[in-house]
Design a protein around this ligand. Sequence first.
Ligand code: G3P
Length: 247
Amino acid sequence: MGTERGPGKPAGNETGRRTGNERKSRVKFFVDTAEVDEIRELAATGLVDGVTTNPSLVAKSGRDFLEVLREICELVPGPVSAEVTATEAEAMIAEGRHLAAIAPNVAIKVPLTWDGLKACRALSDEGTTVNVTLCFSAAQALLAAKAGASFVSPFVGRLDDIGQDGMKLIEDIRLIYDNYPDTLETEILVASVRHPMHVVEAARLGADVATVPPKVLRQLAHHPLTDKGLDAFLADWRKTGQTIVGG
Ligand code: G3P
């Protein structure tokens, strides 16, 4: 994998940085929604490695948070991010412990604030998976890793919204984390994904996870030439009058 954005070209380059093989992760897709029916349908494809929710997505579902969380945790084996709504560290830790007790695959989402970092450290030290969210700078991502976060969630779409380059942030975080492979073990979870190119760029830059709205996950599979090619194949096949099974 390489990028045309200058330094940070990982694969086998002369900088001695780790190549894709040395990095432990495999590319993962999380679904970014609290809609249980969507998750059930997408999880059946076997392409879903986890789920991320946030207070806005839970509010949009119109359902009880803890009930929805329990259902989602039964549908996907991987991490299911559930966000605290307290803003003080002690209250965040209490909420985090309560949410983590719901299922073993719950990951606690805390905001990238000073109190959030304190809560991250405390919960991580207790062995809880923590996803530090609302990340918008490389400096913030460095602190999240130092606080023991399992995941950091940079919001690329919201940076693009204000004319900043969201994927450049992913490149910077990847470069920084790769400089300290033994101490910074946080996975980069690309969030606020708006379109398929965010996912492609995330993979090109070596991000560990992309959390994707259901609509964008389905768009990833779509290509007009695939549809056109399949139509042509099937039209030709129909002319043969044959069937493969039950001929
Ligand atoms: O996971 C965060 C994500 O839900 C925010 O996305 O599209 O509201 O910026 P968006």
